[in-house]
Design a protein around this ligand. Structure first.
Ligand code: GDP
Length: 217
């Protein structure tokens, strides 16, 4: 798997600012500081595409990134990531939190090109009540959830499987439906990509124009 390019596309709050729905898209959701920026950077093999921050809650907008990649077979794909604001950040006002929530829910419900939501949990901490709430809501819309437990490097090898099994139970999903990930060790990168490509439901773009032409912006 080779990343040909990974570029910031745009930032949006309201639907009018969403880019045209012309590429298969994946949203990344997780509570603040879960390791979402590090995961996206690792997936696209870039150090700083998304700023890794120690200041949780700084991202307050939907941030879109365009990615082109080539599989070992030579098949090429073009797709888009949407980095959602981290949730559960304590130091924001109630009304601000409500307005982010509205922005995110609207995007997740209405976005036509959205193929799945990568739901990120902390492998060591486990699924929090907010993680559980998000998961059951995503199932209810319904959208495909790709559950990834990150920071697995913090767990000794013997503890990894039991932790993933526990998280699966907490989220009411199958243990083998959760991918263990580590931005530090590079664990899980291929697995997440194969799941995303499966969900694009598209064949190779063969380096030419991308599939889909609907525009919901
Ligand atoms: P975000 O707020 O969800 O975007 O999280 P960041 O990617 O900014 O990461 C938050 C903190 O967790 C940073 O200090 C990262 O260095 C650390 N971190 C992120 N991913 C991993 C990982 O896979 N393993 C470990 N050990 N730390 C990580």
């Amino acid at each position: 798997m080779k990343i040909i390019s990974a570029d910031f596309k745009t930032t949006a709050t309201a639907p009018a600012g969403w880019p045209a729905a012309d590429l298969p898209e994946f949203a990344f959701a997780g509570r603040s500081n879960v390791g979402k920026s590090s995961m996206i950077n690792k997936l696209v093999a870039r150090k700083n595409l998304v700023r890794v921050s120690n200041q949780p809650g700084r991202t307050r907008t939907l941030n879109f990134f365009d990615i082109r990649l080539e599989e070992l077979s030579g098949a090429r794909h073009a797709l888009r990531f949407c980095d959602l604001p981290g949730y559960g950040f304590a130091r924001v006002s109630h009304s601000e939190r409500a307005s982010w929530r509205k922005m995110i829910e609207r995007y997740l419900i209405e976005r036509q090109s959205l193929r799945g939501v990568v739901c990120i949990v902390d492998a060591e901490v486990g699924a929090t009540s907010l993680d559980r709430e998000l998961m059951s809501w995503i199932r209810s819309i319904p959208r495909e959830a790709v559950v990834v437990a990150t920071k697995t490097d913090r767990l000794g090898k013997a503890r990894r499987k039991p932790h993933l099994t526990r998280i699966a139970k907490q989220l009411g999903t199958q243990a083998n439906a959760i991918t263990g990930f580590s931005a530090i060790e590079g664990l899980g990168v291929d697995e997440v990509w194969s799941r995303l490509l499966e969900l694009t439901g598209t064949t190779s773009t063969a380096g030419s124009t991308a599939p889909g032409s609907e525009n919901d912006s």
